[in-house]
Design a protein around this ligand. Sequence first.
Ligand SMILES: [Zn+2]
Length: 404
Amino acid sequence: MGHTFKFGLFGIIERGNNTCWKNRNISMSWTRPFLVQCPVQFPFSLWNKTRVLLTHHYCYLRHSPLSNSMAEEGVISLQEWQGWGTTSPFPTMVAQIVEDLKVLEEDLDAHMSFGGNGGKLLGDFRIQEDKRHRATYQALGDSEKKLQFYSARQIACRILGSRGYLCQKCWLPMEDCMCSKVTSCALYPGMRFWLYMHPKDFLRQNNTGKILWQVFGVDAATLCIFGIPEHEEIMWNSFKMAGKSNVWCLYPNKSAVLKSVQNAFGQEAVASEIASSKLKVDTIQHFILIDGTWSNSAAMFRRLQDKAKSIWGDEDLACISLNPGASSMHRLRPQPSWDRTCTAAAAAGLLSELQLIPQFSSIGLDKQEEAVEHALTVLLDALTKRRLRMGRSITRKMRHTNIR
Ligand SMILES: [Zn+2]
């Protein structure tokens, strides 16, 4: 699996013998916050930029069904909402923003259209909507409301801009859907992942957090979008029931108590009374994966810790750091830090390290790790194919429009 990816990737880089790709300053980091020790730029970030380049160039104009005269089509149903990878109720504020967009369409007698990936509004409608949403944002009293509005608007636009274009399960354009190649697998019932996702990562093609619920299902790997109260409430209710000692954050925070997987679940810890119940089916261990860019993840982490303090008092949530050398992907691949800087691979790394602890070696965590790695390879292959297919049409003109 590793080889497929490696050659795919190097294939792209070798194609870069034109000035467009080879000389590009790779400054746009795609890294995730799971490893601070190796801030190595990974060439995968090329994909991000080129995707932006390509989508902007070809300008996938997608008219929202809101543009149709049938107003009802503008409403996002509960079924549509949940189809994107969640079991939560449809967020009230997202519904409100969709409604407001619909009203704005009528007011302006202009059609709403979206371009690129991620639900960016286009044209005159965008200018008008921009004025309105900025005014709404400014008028909001406190920072909590501002965050909720910001997140809800992102989600509303991303859904409206992606419907009919992205596959709801894999978040890839339908012609690149990878779903048939992903093999699902049951996660060990004593574990649960929470994808604490920044709204800007929602419906991103190259997001890897989505892989986890594709493989393990939404009850074992659950999406929680930062600033969406309906999501955060579900997550925190689960944490409250589980108790603080069973909640872990995969985030290498220097000021927090950092534990290695061995420390948290290995022999030392198992000797203590509290940890003796760790990783048993009847006590679910909750692992939070912060699914945002490095710059966004600091605020996300702070929000988690503030909430934890408000529930449990002063002590921080326990943070787990992964061992850079433990993952099988790391052994297979020459790339220095890729395997720990994307969200799905961090989950795979955790499974891999738990597998190494003798008392957990027989519960099939290695199979679950393999399932994640396989899905990750499938995603990378799909993105590579897409990019190469579109890359054929790159013209000289667009090479100069790639800076974001
Ligand atoms: Zn799909």
